[in-house]
Ligand binder design. Sequence first.
Ligand SMILES: NC(=O)C1=CN([C@@H]2O[C@H](COP(=O)(O)OP(=O)(O)OC[C@H]3O[C@@H](n4cnc5c(N)ncnc54)[C@H](O)[C@@H]3O)[C@@H](O)[C@H]2O)C=CC1
Ligand SMILES: O=C(O)[C@H]1O[C@H](OP(=O)(O)OP(=O)(O)OC[C@H]2O[C@@H](n3ccc(=O)[nH]c3=O)[C@H](O)[C@@H]2O)[C@H](O)[C@@H](O)[C@@H]1O
Length: 464
Amino acid sequence: MHNIKNICCIGAGYVGGPTMAVIAQKNPDIKVTVVDINEARIAAWNDADLDKLPIYEPGLDKVVAEARNRNLFFSTAVDEAIEAADMVFISVNTPTKTYGKGKGMAADLKYIELCARQIARVAKTDKIIVEKSTLPVRTAQAIKSILHNTGNGVKFQILSNPEFLAEGTAVQDLMAPDRVLIGGEQTEDGLNAIQALVDIYATWVPNENILTTNLWSSELSKLTANAFLAQRVSSINALSELCEVTGADVNEVAIAIGKDSRIGPKFLKASVGFGGSCFQKDILNLVYIAKSYGLNEVADYWEQVIIMNDYQKRRFAAKIIQTLYNTISGKKIAFLGWAFKKDTNDTRESAAIYVADQLLEEQANIVVYDPKVNAHQMQSDLNYLNTRSEEDNNQYLTTVSNPHQACKDSHAIAVLTEWDEFKTYDWQRIYEEMQKPAFVFDGRGILDKEKLETIGFQVYVIGK
Ligand SMILES: NC(=O)C1=CN([C@@H]2O[C@H](COP(=O)(O)OP(=O)(O)OC[C@H]3O[C@@H](n4cnc5c(N)ncnc54)[C@H](O)[C@@H]3O)[C@@H](O)[C@H]2O)C=CC1
Ligand SMILES: O=C(O)[C@H]1O[C@H](OP(=O)(O)OP(=O)(O)OC[C@H]2O[C@@H](n3ccc(=O)[nH]c3=O)[C@H](O)[C@@H]2O)[C@H](O)[C@@H](O)[C@@H]1O
């Protein structure tokens, strides 16, 4: 039986940071050290000013304040933390491969393998290794093979414990998860390792919400959950266009179908397209895995979710261009929001990036306001696409810290993120300060269309 006293988590990102903060808060007897090779990130996690934490998540500051330097530590001393730990979580990034075989589809597992090799090199005592990152099914096999061939006699058990938190609600999701999933080998040692991790979660998660499975079911359930969630968004987005041409209202349709308890009301909000670091990456990964087993129909089925999402982003940009008389060259267009969803500063794969890129191709002047995203991040998101020079991106997309400044003198406003504050603005004043006709393109369906039309705006809402 294991009695875990010391946890190390490799990777202090959106998952490692909040997850370990909550585990530490709920288990004051366990020392939890979160390590990362990114010195700036670790320094930010240790900043006395809680506003400077590297990740913005409502409620995270309080959890960190309670546990930090009590039993929660952030450090760049990776080897020392691994060596001291009974249990090591691997929570590093697993992006889509940008090179070689599987480029643009498969998950890049080089960071995972580096972690496994580092653990193999450093470990002197037996350890439980926990896959927290989202991984292709059967990755535990590769980790096991690296760890077991070190020849130094140290024993390892590998568990899969995927994370289901959503950004913006990370703390709430961690405090009351729908389920915690733990997969492990179905041997005596494997079951003991599973129990050790169950005990950690059981300090605050009801037992019936802690599921245990074999390794492969756990790994595959994570990819499957994200694929199903993204599929719902693509499904409602596909219907949003049909609503627009038929006079149906996508919100009314969503409510009507969501009342069916087999369908359920959540995750049916039509939008400019899903973003975030995981949906696209995980579905592409699923598609790649299916193809690698020769399951081409399965692969095509899931790929359609991505194809639909790309189409939705393009369709929104095209709508703006077409409505502004097919010419937006030199016109100021205000963007409200850049983050991929509200209540996060994360912009990875945000629809805003792709919509901006398309409008910049038509030589628009874009001015962006987002309550949590800075200019540097927006520029680096655009530059990453490599569509035009960094100078041009810098010149034609600017960032302001005040929504009125963004909207003043603009021809159109596009809502790209559903931040609550956008609903509370003085829209009468915004209207008066804009060029006429004043257009609003609500890519999130959050504004009051009738009210805006009464003021004088010409309003387009996705799915209406
Ligand atoms: N972002 C999210 O909401 C969710 C992400 N996931 C999964 O969790 C994993 C991590 O995602 P994020 O936390 O968003 O990534 P992230 O990019 O925010 O954080 C990963 C961190 O790992 C560090 N790192 C990489 N290699 C390292 C090494 N060898 N040693 C020490 N540190 C190293 C990086 O410097 C980075 O700070 C991914 O597999 C992702 O698919 C799962 C559920 C939710
Ligand atoms: O593996 C992950 O990374 C995580 O991915 C998603 O979480 P996240 O991407 O943080 O946020 P979501 O709330 O799922 O939103 C994803 C995207 O879909 C969009 N969305 C979501 C719901 C909806 O009804 N409509 C819609 O357009 C959001 O605006 C956002 O751009 C999942 O919800 C988490 O369970 C999972 O752990």
